[in-house]
Design a protein around this ligand. Structure first.
Ligand code: PMP
Length: 431
């Protein structure tokens, strides 16, 4: 990739692309996939846990029984039979919808892109948790939206902080286009919005007439199999719901969806047609047959078992190995732990040392639109085996112990002089 100064096409690009920056996670992938490195960086689902005989049966069955249609263009809104199945997936988290309410998209990511395209003019405000999903921040930036973060703690978004942000915007004579939130097993925070807070957040949204975009890839991946009602289940008229099969089946089939009120849905279909005419009919048929003929909830149970075991391996090793002053969230599901470093340490600066020690993570700054996050990092436990996770944590701990020593030697008791200020964090455990 040419550097930005040397890019000969710089003057041709649209204004819009100025807000775009390469994802730190993507940049990391090239290094993190080297075999000698334990990657606690990427959030790849552990698709080796799928029942491949069943996947084989489903895919060959689709070609055998529906080949000419499955290999044809489909409708902009998505395959009706699949939409009916997706309604059943949402019902598992209390959402009542009809197939007609849904638009099938290329994963949840395209849904976020289309939503940003539909609502955001340059300079518009979007509210999002701090930290927030990097892919959503990228989508919002590409339409030049300005993200303002809402603080979280171990129970998710703070309703009072949301109220504060909205009151401040009122005072500025401005209005947020929507709140973007991942209420379950958040990426990257690993925390979930408590039931009480769900009601409070919606009450604040109602008071300020705020639209809510609920992104829910991890809701069914609770380690105990518990579910909390989706925000959409509590207030269907105010909440746009984004779902995906990426974490409960396969990210490779690229099937996501939006559940939206009729007027919004029609606009999304038009935007979807402009983007790619229609979703891959082939993968829609595969998804439909998977959900319709296979015990898909049993597969979700298997994923949950795998991720619970890996999360336990990670948390146990963090407790045993990390230096005093580190703290981290305590996930009850999903893929991620959010780690806070001792004062004076910067996760971005430390990454090169970690890679030299053959372990990778994602520095926290990528999860904030406002430059915050330097004292934090995201650890993923979804892909490596438990033994690899333990080894990865031991390597990370060595780097952190050495850095803590160094900072102490250089700055004595004045670690804060180093200036790596962080945001208040969801603290759950501390050594
Ligand atoms: N939202 C969140 C919070 C995610 O973590 C992800 C995947 N990392 C997505 C959306 C998009 O996933 P997909 O496009 O595969 O559905």
């Amino acid at each position: 990739m040419p550097s930005i100064e040397l890019d000969p096409n710089l003057s041709r690009y649209s204004q819009r692309t100025r807000g775009m920056k390469a994802s730190e996670i993507r940049a990391l992938f090239a290094v993190a996939t080297r075999p000698e490195i334990v990657s606690l960086a990427g959030g790849m689902p552990y698709t080796a846990a799928l029942d491949y005989a069943a996947v084989d049966e489903v895919t060959t069955g689709v070609i055998r029984d529906h080949g000419p249609i499955a290999l044809q263009y489909g409708s902009g809104q998505g395959l009706p039979a699949l939409r009916e199945r997706l309604v059943e997936v949402m019902a598992a988290e209390g959402v009542r919808a009809t197939g007609d309410d849904l638009v099938v998209t290329t994963g949840g990511q395209q849904a976020l892109d289309l939503i940003a395209k539909l609502f955001c003019d340059p300079g518009d405000i979007v509210l999002a948790e701090g930290p927030s999903y990097v892919g959503a921040l990228g989508a919002f930036a590409s339409y030049e939206a300005e993200v303002r973060h809402v603080e979280m703690d171990g129970e998710g978004l703070l309703p009072a902080a949301l109220e504060d942000q909205l009151t401040r915007l009122d005072a500025e004579g401005r209005r947020a286009k929507f709140l973007y939130t991942v209420p379950n097993h958040q990426n990257p925070g690993g925390v979930s919005l408590s039931l009480e807070r769900r009601h409070e957040v919606l009450a604040v949204a109602q008071r300020h007439d705020l639209l809510v975009v609920e992104d829910n890839p991890y809701g069914l991946l609770d380690f105990k199999g518990e579910t909390r009602p989706a925000l959409r289940a509590l207030d269907p008229d105010r909440v746009l719901y984004v779902g995906t099969l990426s974490k409960i089946f396969s990210p490779g089939i690229r099937v996501g969806w939006v559940a939206a009120p009729e007027s919004i849905r029609d606009k999304l279909v038009q935007l979807k047609e402009g983007a790619d005419l229609c979703q891959s009919n082939l993968t829609q048929f595969i998804a439909e047959r998977w959900l319709g003929t296979q015990p898909w909830l049993r597969q979700v149970d298997e994923y949950r078992r795998v991720y619970r075991e890996r999360c336990e391996a990670l948390l146990t090793e963090l407790s045993a190995e990390l230096p005093a002053g580190c703290s981290w969230t305590d996930p009850t599901g999903g893929f991620f732990v959010w780690l806070t470093l001792p004062e004076g340490l910067d996760s971005g600066e430390l990454l090169a040392k970690a890679i030299s020690a053959r372990v990778a993570y994602v520095p926290g700054r990528g999860f904030f639109a406002d430059g915050n996050g330097s004292r934090h990092l995201r650890l993923s436990f979804c892909f490596p085996q438990p033994d690899e996770i333990r080894e990865g944590v031991r390597r990370l701990a060595e780097v952190l112990h050495a850095e803590v020593e160094l900072v102490r030697a250089l700055y004595g008791g004045r670690e804060q002089d180093r200036g790596a200020a962080g945001t208040p964090l969801p603290l759950h455990r501390e050594r």
